[in-house]
Design a protein around this ligand. Structure first.
Ligand code: SAH
Length: 358
């Protein structure tokens, strides 16, 4: 006899479908195309997580959905609020895995930082998200549900999204592309591509594939060092795709999409923060019109690195500017609740329960 768990796993998740895909699905079960639009709106605009809430749908169809389909409906296991208004959620997925999602309040609107995988396989030495490896990819509907959960919980509209939570978005390429289509769809929450940033550790084939999609989003590349020796010591991915491949891929991306790249550079005391490094960095990316985001590296248990001091970061920034490279220092939101860059972690439900009871 089939267990309840595998029966649930066999259900089709309607939240994962782009509008064209949902339209195809509705046709395949003998429903007219307009139903797909209505159902898509229920899921991605009215943000319902229960078929019974779809009040304009025929009862028999909703019964069929109840038997054969499911919707992404993560539960909030923990909610922490920072002094600066940032909120961090631990969300439990339908299989018991937990991921973190962060809502940040900026003057231009609320930004949700979404995770794209349960864990991460990339192994960056300074990042908590990768310490326990990668468990699985998130589906398009699960990523979208992170945004919807934050929006419903705060009752405030989300206007911007950054794919900068747990996981490497380009290592989950197809699901992330479907998520982007869903989240920017006018029949859904309709968040424009120009309000979305996607960050990658530098998977060159993924950057090349993304260039071919001609999306208007902002591509951020986690550079963190201007030469292979230093970069490989911080990020194993650099051994697979060293700078002589990564930088030309970034230039080609800009040419192909007409969009400027933003480079992230986490400042680590004594590792990548010297004047010599600033010169090397300027030489590497000058002429691209790219923007450098300097981030004081955040503390992570088990990481060998500590942050450069503020004066040093300012000096580094000034040097870059003088050498013709545009650079800003990123605000550190949510660090008092471990919600800042590189501090997010996956958990499983048992861990989360233990934490709650202690
Ligand atoms: N995998 C993607 C998405 C993660 S985004 C990527 O690597 O880009 C998170 C950003 O925070 C990346 O630039 C990442 O390198 C950076 N980061 C990771 N750990 C950090 C830490 N401890 N302090 C500051 N930034 C960190």
């Amino acid at each position: 006899m089939e267990s309840a768990k595998s029966a649930a796993a066999a259900k089709i998740c309607l939240s994962d479908m782009t509008l064209p895909r949902l339209t195809e699905y509705c046709k395949s079960i003998g429903q007219p195309a307009f139903r797909a639009k209505q159902i898509f709106k229920w899921i991605h605009q009215k943000l319902v997580t229960d078929f019974s809430a779809m009040t304009d749908q025929p009862k028999t169809l909703l019964e069929q959905f109840g038997r054969e389909c499911t919707l992404a409906a993560p539960t909030i296991r923990r909610r922490q609020q920072s002094r600066d208004g940032t909120v961090k959620y631990l969300l439990q997925l339908s299989d018991g895995n937990c991921i973190e999602t962060v809502l940040m309040r900026y003057h231009y609107g609320n930004t949700v930082c979404v995770s794209t995988q349960v864990g991460c396989a990339m192994g960056c030495r300074f990042c908590a998200s990768t310490q326990a490896g990668r468990v699985r990819d998130l589906t398009p509907g699960e990523i979208a549900a992170e945004v919807y959960t934050a929006q419903k919980d705060t009752g405030e509209r989300v206007s911007h999204i950054v794919l900068m939570g747990i996981g490497e978005p380009l290592h989950n390429f197809d699901n992330v592309m479907d998520f982007l289509e869903i989240i920017s769809c006018p029949e859904g929450v309709n968040i424009g591509m120009r309000n979305i940033s996607l960050s990658t550790c530098g998977l060159v084939p993924g950057i090349e594939k993304l260039a071919g999609r001609h999306l208007q989003l902002t591509l951020s590349v986690s550079l963190h060092a201007p030469n292979n020796k230093t970069r490989s010591s911080m990020m194993p991915v650099n051994d697979a795709y060293p700078l002589e491949q990564l930088i030309p891929a970034c230039r080609a991306y800009q040419k192909e999409t007409g969009r400027r790249i933003s480079f992230e550079y986490s400042m680590v005391k004594g590792v990548n923060d010297s004047p010599q490094m600033a010169r090397e960095l300027a030489n590497l990316i000058r002429g691209m019109g790219a923007h450098v985001n300097l981030i004081p590296i955040n503390p992570v248990d088990g990481s060998p690195y500590s942050a450069s001091d503020e004066a040093n970061i300012r000096r580094f920034q000034k040097m870059l500017e003088e050498l013709g490279v545009n650079a800003t220092v990123r605000r550190r939101l949510g660090s008092d609740i471990s919600a800042a860059c590189g501090q997010l972690r996956r958990e499983d439900a048992r861990q989360a329960a233990q934490q709650q009871s202690t």
